[in-house]
Ligand binder design. Sequence first.
Ligand SMILES: Cc1ncc(COP(=O)(O)O)c(C=O)c1O
Length: 388
Amino acid sequence: MSTPSRYIYLDHSATTPVDARVVEAMVPYLSEHFANSESSHTPGQTAAAALEQARGTVADALGCRAAEVVFTGSGTEASNLAIRGVAWSSRQSGRGDHIITTPVEHHAVGNTVDQLRDLFGFQVSRVPVDEYGRVDPHDVAAAIRPETILVSVILANNEIGTTQPGAEIGQVCRQRGVAFHTDAVQAAGRIPLQVDAIGADLLSLSAHKFYGPKGVGLLYVRHNTTLVPAITGGGHERGRRPGTVNVAGAVGLATALQLATEEREAESARLRALRDRLIAGVVTSVPGRRLTGHPTERLCHHASFAFRDIEGESLVVNLDLARIAASSGAACAEGEPEPSFVLTALGLAPEWSLGALRLTLGRSNGEGDVARVLEVLPTIVDHLRANE
Ligand SMILES: Cc1ncc(COP(=O)(O)O)c(C=O)c1O
């Protein structure tokens, strides 16, 4: 097996590199215009103006009002604020205590609702998903009770790439007067994110998933949705997220989101063609494999598989030796020896669900990268099976 000099990065669902145009937009707010956006002096006002401009750029991309955008420290924090914020506000007003979610959420949502259940006495229902990880909006409608305060459904799954019928779920929630939160962290730049079309009252994003910097996210909060802040402190972000605002991060997030929105159609068509070639190639050339997630209702850059009787982590290590970065599931879940909870929720037996492999394409990838995976993967699988 010859070793090519270029390392091929196929883990864009874990994180993406920061776009040079984003770095350029951020640098002035790390250096010259470093002031605190809360300060009333002139440098502070310059920082505040940049922050509000970034908020306006985000609002244009999401089709919402600038005042509905809350900058946070991550996608995880955005979902924590959405879920705890609605839960605690409902508790305060005595509105109800029931939350509906799914078994295929990222831990940012799953662990947050579980903590609300275990420590604060909220009731949690998880609607089932089908073999592809899709939620049926009718199941959401059937699960809503008079005391339901929130529905939280991931818009596009990080492990299996399946996208959800967000607009239909949003419509159910609107009709029943229940707040709808969606974790759209994997969706930005890949599917349209107009909050009214989705019917979302709350929507979480994270800049590092769409060529922006790490450590900055946002929560869209519809104007009539009341939140109690998930962390306490000062009055930043209109009292919804205390802490000195990361102005350079907000500028970076806004620039990255604008670029991702402008370039989405062309780039997603390009990636979809590469993804389809990758999926077809793996399915044809490797025995004992299956595609995980939906065959068509999936993210344009996302290919995920399960290989019978192989450990996903061994595949990742061997691909790394062949200078290809892949993932065996959710990046945050790596190191856990148990089968992926997402694949288990899909009904996969352990001999399959332990062998998860995720290959996620991005701007740096081309046809040669797909060809390289298809050249090395069948041999790696054969070798691992022979040595089990
Ligand atoms: C679907 C989903 N939600 C939330 C997160 C967490 O985002 P962050 O890394 O900004 O906390 C991730 C990151 O892997 C994700 O894929």
